[in-house]
Design a protein around this ligand. Structure first.
Ligand code: PLP
Length: 426
């Protein structure tokens, strides 16, 4: 592969053109493995950023894609509909929290978040009570487009760079109580004060239920989410749950909000929606939200992406949801969780380690110092795994089909990194 061309001309996520690290050339992927150009096989610990839950090159997903591509890859969604979209939305609604009745399809997670925020703004506009603020949590992540970034942690997403352009929203302290800790009633205090003080301006609360992903891999107590729902109801504020990372079984429940037994007014899903094959996301709402939005001045919801409802993506999403419906994810994520619970506490003995945590098919090692990306990436590849940490977080969210020996190999590689001085030399 022409890696020098790649290095000189192609931007990768969050990289510099000045002196980029060389990327690893991948030629194929199958099951839990990614194959490099030189034939080396890596156990995937990332599921390609939460998405490839069933593993790569899955026969059921492949067959859905082949059939659809031979029939119709794409057709516009304005004034036209098709069976792949109907199938995907029907399945999605049957699996999602049962108060949700309407689906808006989009291309990426960030756009699903933009759509959810626009819906909340249109909702209050239609009610003759326009509101322009969102309440969210520190350490959150909701995507890289502007509105999504405006509700993402101000430090992690460098709000200072876009000052004057980025709308300013309200941030409450993120919960300190971990999922397995005893609930501390103090945890909700700041959130409660913020909603009490600003509720008449707040269109919606937006947050990631139970697991805050890219903003810090924090796994928090379900009681926090329960109380958020109660406070939203008490103050008449909409609740948007961003399940783009957590949706479809990742936390050991189909949706993370089930840990707290709550339902959102608006739900965003993406990432694993097509089992990691295609880019597709969806924003789901209750009938009340949808009908209020559409009863307003605009008479409709003001959004319509070119590739909305892409048939190829919808066909693969339907196939992925078929696999979800079979229910094996539940046993699989439970087994992965048990393995993490067995192996991760051993890592607390290393001086680099600040904390280890896990839930469902997510395992996190937080270190005291940031990792040296170049060194740790080389070590992981030498150990036959693909794990891509950021900052002080080494985290794993392997495909659900991973067996215990795969989890052992992933955690073993993390242990080797913790023993290496080089991986923490800056
Ligand atoms: C990844 C992610 C997004 C953004 O999705 P993209 O497809 O990258 O635009 C939004 N919210 C959460 C919680 C995510 O994990």
């Amino acid at each position: 592969m022409d890696l020098e061309f790649d290095r000189q001309h192609i931007w990768h996520p969050y990289t510099s053109t000045l002196n980029p690290l060389t990327c690893y050339p991948v030629t194929k992927a199958d099951g839990v493995r990614i194959e490099l150009e030189d034939g080396k096989q890596l156990i995937d610990g990332m599921s390609s950023w939460w998405s490839a839950i069933h593993g790569y090159n899955h026969p059921h997903l492949n067959s859905a894609a082949h059939q659809q591509i031979d029939t119709m890859s794409h057709v516009m969604f304005g004034g036209i509909t098709h069976q792949p979209a109907i199938n995907a939305c029907k399945k999605l609604l049957s699996l999602a929290p049962d108060n949700l009745e309407h689906v808006f399809l989009a291309d990426s997670g960030s756009v699903a978040v933009e759509v959810s925020l626009k819906m909340a703004l249109q909702y209050w506009h239609a009610k003759g009570d326009p509101r322009s603020k969102f309440l969210t949590l520190r350490h959150g992540y909701h995507g890289d487009t502007f509105a999504a970034m405006s509700v993402t942690d101000p430090d992690n997403s460098m709000h200072s760079l876009y000052k004057g352009f980025l709308p300013e929203h309200i941030f409450a302290e993120s919960p300190a109580c971990g999922f397995h800790d005893e609930w501390d009633p103090q945890d909700i205090t700041d959130f409660k004060q913020q909603i009490q003080k600003h509720h008449s301006q707040i269109a919606a609360v937006i947050l990631e239920p139970i697991v805050q992903g890219a903003g810090g891999m924090r796994i928090y107590h379900p009681e926090f989410l329960k109380q958020v729902r109660t406070l939203c109801d008490e103050y008449g504020v909409l609740l948007i749950l961003d399940e783009i990372a957590t949706g479809f079984g990742r936390t050991g429940k189909l949706f993370a909000c089930e840990h707290a037994d709550v339902q959102p007014d608006i739900l965003c899903v993406g990432k694993a929606l097509t089992g990691g094959y295609m880019t597709l996301s969806a924003t789901l709402t209750s009938k009340e939200v949808a009908d209020t939005v559409c009863g307003g001045e605009a008479g409709c919801f003001m959004h319509g992406p070119t590739f909305m409802g892409n048939p190829l993506a919808c066909a693969v999403a339907t196939a992925s949801l078929d696999l979800i419906e079979k229910g094996e994810w539940e046993e699989q994520t439970k087994a992965i969780e048990q393995k993490f619970a067995e192996l991760l506490p051993n890592l607390n003995q290393y001086k680099q380690v600040k904390n280890t945590r896990w839930l469902g098919a997510i395992g996190v090692v937080e270190t005291h110092h940031p990792v040296n990306m170049e060194a740790i990436q080389i070590l992981f590849v030498n150990h036959g795994v693909w794990i891509r940490p950021f900052g002080r977080l080494i985290y794993m969210m392997p495909p659900f089909i991973s067996q215990s020996e795969h989890i052992e190999q992933l955690v073993g590689a993390v242990e080797a990194a913790l023993q290496s001085e080089e991986c923490f030399a800056i």
